[in-house]
Design a protein around this ligand. Structure first.
Ligand code: PRP
Length: 212
């Protein structure tokens, strides 16, 4: 039997995913060692391998078949637009993709002004403004701390993830429009889906008993 390889987005999502896997009898003790700099972990008994990657890289590993299965946020899956099968909503990592800014920017949105939009998600932002709202905007790609952009005058609004809303609140910003709800998703390489369909189907069947 060959190894099935999983790419997991680093951080909180990975911890929740490993917790979920434990519930269906898939464990990887090696991975729990926080001090380890090891990149890839093996469960010999079940013939599984796991590695942690930056969230946005997970769909890339899965598209190219370097991982058979991936777990990533819907935000990165949408943004990357990779050729992968999305097979399961894992139900955690729930948040929303929103257009945010100062209250005053609402006017710019409703009057379709040519505004600047700062975001870590240029494809999602482009799709929302051009295809859903039919509003021409200038999109500025940033890599983090997106909420800074309207504060320092880089952009009128941002497109970003809102989870608890506390980052916005603490900075005097608010949600102006909602783009879409998000959660953690499982994705599968299309070839793996065919070649390993029995093992993957069994995994999905077990996971479905745990996620509602
Ligand atoms: C994300 C997101 C918001 C924040 C939202 O940033 O970009 O800044 O979390 O969460 P909240 O609604 O619960 O406050 P993250 O912490 O991932 O870091 P980043 O700024 O580097 O993107």
């Amino acid at each position: 039997m060959r190894y099935l390889t999983f790419a997991l987005g680093k951080g909180r999502l990975a911890r929740q995913t490993l917790g979920l896997f434990e519930k269906i009898g898939i464990t990887c003790e090696e991975m729990k060692d926080k001090d380890s700099r090891k990149l890839i972990f093996t469960n010999e008994e079940l013939k599984l391998k796991f590695f942690l990657a930056k969230g946005p890289d997970v769909p890339t590993y899965v598209e190219y078949g370097a991982a058979d299965i991936g777990v990533a946020g819907e935000d990165t899956i949408l943004e990357e637009g990779r050729k992968v099968h999305e097979v399961l909503d894992l139900g955690y990592g729930k948040c929303r993709m929103c257009v945010c800014g100062y209250k005053e920017a609402k006017r710019d949105l409703s009057s379709h002004e040519l505004i600047r939009v700062a975001t870590k998600y240029p494809n999602i932002a482009k799709d929302y403004f051009y295809n859903t709202k039919h509003q021409t905007v200038e999109i500025i790609k940033l890599n983090g701390s997106i909420e800074l952009a309207p504060i320092v005058g880089l952009s009128e609004v941002i497109v970003d993830i809102v989870e608890t809303g506390s980052t916005l609140k603490e900075n005097g910003l608010e949600i102006l429009e909602e783009v879409c709800p998000l959660s953690a998703r499982m994705i599968v390489n299309p070839v793996s889906m065919r070649m390993e369909s029995e093992r993957i189907r069994e995994l999905l069947r077990k996971l479905r008993t745990q996620v509602s």
